[in-house]
Design a protein around this ligand. Structure first.
Ligand code: SAM
Length: 369
């Protein structure tokens, strides 16, 4: 017997239950056991996959993360054991690069640092797993929350409809349905989004899983002993913005994007299970969810700002002085020309990480207790 495809399983579910919410569709396309984009197949990231992340661009990113973690270790009184848990770590490249940096930078910090990676690919779902044996002082994630399933809403007249997925002419298709509860309206209203004044057809994504993720992550950080809650940090990097910047009339189509072999498409219903589907993160929602668990906002900055504060340009300058002297002293020689090209390459990587129109505009959220 042939194994059914994810498309077939989605069709069957819709035939049995009727239209499903876009969030349910996205959950199946990305996470359906045995079929979903994130739980099956070869690695999707890196240059040969569907997308690349800051870690793929240059070691600089990990070095800045290392400096950030070292500051947190120092602020925590330089404990002998400093546990870091990275969620949605993919192949664990960031962990490896941070550990290498720590070894080269400071052996006391490197000895204290226990940096562990987890990923849904290895069965560790950041939305459900609770690792009681490992008490993290910092929980890190890069481009994790944008992957969680989102509800999509559309404003028409005075009503906020929800986008659902159905079958039309033998294909998956979108329809608008009236939600049977007020959760999605309440969500927008809680951030004072003036959606009722927006143009008809305005769309936005609502990531309810991000709220439960933050709640669980805070609990994982604080521990189960209510009388002796632990201290520590949650550091989440992603594309997104504050609610006020994210939910504006001008962003008429929302922020949903699909990645397939490094191409951005806006067709989430094609190739379920084969393409990445993501949406920008509402950082105000993450901050509020963490505050509800007793954490405080430490900082919310752009990746560009965060990398600058954590020494990316200092490191670049140091490399220039130490390794690229030939550019100034012997530029016309073959070696000088090679050095010049290598230097341009390195500088370009830093530009990619800090570009205000791209990764530099990612947000870095640090919550603290
Ligand atoms: C865009 S990649 C980022 C990988 C890595 N953090 C980096 O910066 O290169 C998103 C990662 O999150 C993982 N992921 C998605 N949903 C997850 C979940 N619910 N729990 C744990 N990991 C998840 C995916 O498997 C994937 O490795």
């Amino acid at each position: 017997m042939q194994t059914p495809s994810i498309q077939h399983i989605i069709f069957e579910r819709i035939q049995q239950e009727g239209p499903i919410s876009f969030a349910d569709y996205m959950r199946m396309a990305l996470y359906e056991p045995g079929y979903g984009y994130y739980v099956t197949g070869e690695a999707k990231m890196g240059w040969e996959g569907d997308y690349y992340t800051s870690t793929d661009v240059a070691d600089f990113f990990a070095h800045c993360m290392g400096r950030q973690l070292k500051k947190m270790w120092q602020q925590s009184g330089q404990p002998a054991h400093f546990n870091v848990l990275e969620q949605g770590a993919g192949r664990g490249d960031l962990a490896r690069q941070v550990q290498q940096w720590a070894l080269a930078d400071d052996s006391a910090f490197a000895t204290a640092l226990d940096y562990r990676s987890s990923d849904i690919k290895a069965g560790q779902d950041a939305l459900v797993s609770m690792d009681h044996d490992f008490a993290p002082a910092v929980i890190v994630s890069n481009e994790l929350v944008d992957a969680f399933p989102v509800h999509i809403v559309e404003k028409q007249g005075t009503t906020l409809y929800e986008v659902a997925v159905t079958i039309q002419n033998g294909r998956l298709a979108e329809i608008l349905v009236e939600p049977d509860n007020t959760t999605l309206v309440d969500y927008l209203d809680s951030f004072k989004v003036p959606w009722r004044t927006f143009t008809d057809g305005w769309r936005a994504e609502i990531n309810l899983d991000a709220l439960s993720w933050m709640q669980r992550t805070c609990q994982l950080l604080l521990g189960t002993n209510a009388r002796k809650k632990r201290h520590g940090f949650i550091l989440a990097i992603d594309y997104g913005d504050t609610a006020r910047q994210l939910y504006i009339n001008d962003r008429h189509h929302g922020t949903l994007g699909c990645y397939y072999k490094h191409q951005l498409t806006e067709r989430p219903l094609v190739r379920p299970g084969e393409q990445d589907i993501t949406a920008h993160v509402n950082f105000t929602a993450l901050i509020q969810a963490a505050r509800a668990q007793g954490l405080r906002l430490h900082s919310l900055t752009t990746q560009r700002q965060w990398l600058t504060e954590n020494g990316i340009y200092d490191e670049l300058e140091q490399i220039h002085q130490q390794q690229f002297g030939k550019i100034d002293t012997d530029r016309a020689s073959d070696q000088g020309q090679i050095a010049l090209l290598q230097w341009y390459n390195l500088r370009q990587r830093v530009t990619t990480l800090t570009n205000p129109m791209g990764m530099g505009n990612f947000k870095v959220l640090i919550m603290k207790r």
